[in-house]
Design a protein around this ligand. Structure first.
Ligand code: DX5
Ligand code: ZN
Length: 218
């Protein structure tokens, strides 16, 4: 299975977003954009105007992780800003059927996210609506936290669910991923790795990306 690497812009230098993106864009598959509202999570990051601006500097696939209490509210604005995928927390949309339908109708891909504490079972019936299943491996809200290995069984459960039903959803793990633990995550069944501090926080982001790729592809 080919592995996608999605650096999280949250760990980039916000004072020079264009050059930060240019440093990684040729070496990665997606760009992960963490939108936070200071309500669903105890932090505020960036929003639609920033996404719209960076859309002008890269053609990378924008994987937008929406950590807001009402993730469905700004759909049209996200579309106009140029995101490719919106992933929303099951904790904020217990029945994702409506939001998933609206996102797809708007021409975007749809992802569903579960927090470390949330069991996979609540999400399972909705995986068939998803282009992406996201298993959080840290509490959402902040970059730079340590990976929680106890979520690996959920990654396995998600992979098994997808395979057994012939579904096509990608499986992403988000939080605390490094070149050292990336292999554990892909072996559990993930094929999209989000990494913020391990990439943008590295002295040489390109070599951090290559190291991560080698770790999972060897
Ligand atoms: C946390 C975010 C993550 C975070 C990952 O709420 O969803 O995407 O930026 O950053 P690292 O890789 O530093 O844990
Ligand atoms: Zn994220």
């Amino acid at each position: 299975m080919s592995i996608k690497i999605a650096p999280s812009l949250l760990a980039a230098d916000f004072g020079r977003l264009e050059s930060e993106i240019k440093r990684v864009e040729k070496h990665v598959d997606w760009l992960h954009l963490d939108v936070m509202d200071g309500h669903f999570v105890p932090n505020i990051s960036f929003g639609i105007p920033v996404i719209e601006s960076i859309r002008g500097v890269t053609d990378l696939y924008f994987d937008c992780h929406v950590m807001t209490t009402n993730p469905d509210t700004y759909l049209e604005e996200f579309v106009r800003a140029g995101v490719n995928l919106l992933s929303m927390h099951i904790e904020t949309i217990p029945d994702p059927t409506g939001p998933a339908g609206r996102v797809k109708e708007a021409g975007l891909d749809f992802g569903l996210v579960i927090n470390p504490i949330t069991p996979f079972e609540g999400m399972a019936p909705f995986v068939e609506l998803c282009d992406l299943v996201v298993v959080m491996s840290v509490e959402p809200g902040f970059g730079g936290q340590s990976f929680m290995p106890e979520v690996l069984p959920k990654v396995e459960a998600a992979r098994e669910w997808v395979e057994n039903r012939g579904l096509t959803a990608d499986i992403q793990v988000d939080g605390g991923i490094t070149p050292e633990n990336a292999r554990l995550v892909t072996e559990a069944g993930a094929n999209v790795l989000v990494a913020g501090s391990a990439i943008f926080g590295a002295e040489d982001p390109t070599s951090a990306i290559e190291k991560m790729r080698r770790a999972v592809e060897s």
